[in-house]
Design a protein around this ligand. Structure first.
Ligand code: 5GP
Ligand code: ZN
Length: 114
């Protein structure tokens, strides 16, 4: 837990969020400022700033969750595609310094620019 981290506060239920999925190690929430309807972020419960701090255990589990949630999103939202986006460091556009994977549903003809 990092006291200055917004995602740690969400995981600790100090800040509310809309949760799509949760298990012992991960939480998936709706993004507060969605690029498109259904935009979610997958967050490890452990505070890891970015890929440069990622441990093997988390790395080995996180895509299993990403795939599970992506399939559920496709089923629910009937999206035509889905972008997975993951930013590391200021220079790469990271704004919340707690590792997260964006899951962004896409629709044929949508005008979203990722
Ligand atoms: P980054 O730019 O670091 O890859 O993405 C951070 C994401 O976290 C952004 O899409 C932003 O909208 C989202 N975000 C920032 N603060 C909050 C918050 O308090 N709640 C939720 N649900 N999402 C947030
Ligand atoms: Zn954190």
């Amino acid at each position: 837990m990092n006291n200055n981290c917004i995602f740690c506060k969400i995981i600790g239920n100090e800040i509310s969020s809309v949760t799509l999925y949760e298990d012992d190690d991960f939480k998936v929430i709706m993004d507060i400022s969605p690029a498109v309807k259904g935009h979610a972020v997958l967050i490890p419960k452990k505070h890891i700033a970015n890929i440069f701090e990622m441990d093997e255990d988390t790395a080995s589990k996180i895509f299993v969750v990403a795939a599970k949630v992506a399939k559920a999103m496709q089923e629910e939202l009937k999206c035509d595609g889905l972008n997975i986006l993951q930013n590391n460091g200021d220079a790469a556009g990271q704004t919340v310094f707690h590792f997260h994977i964006h899951l962004i549903p896409r629709y044929i003809g949508d005008s979203v620019r990722i």
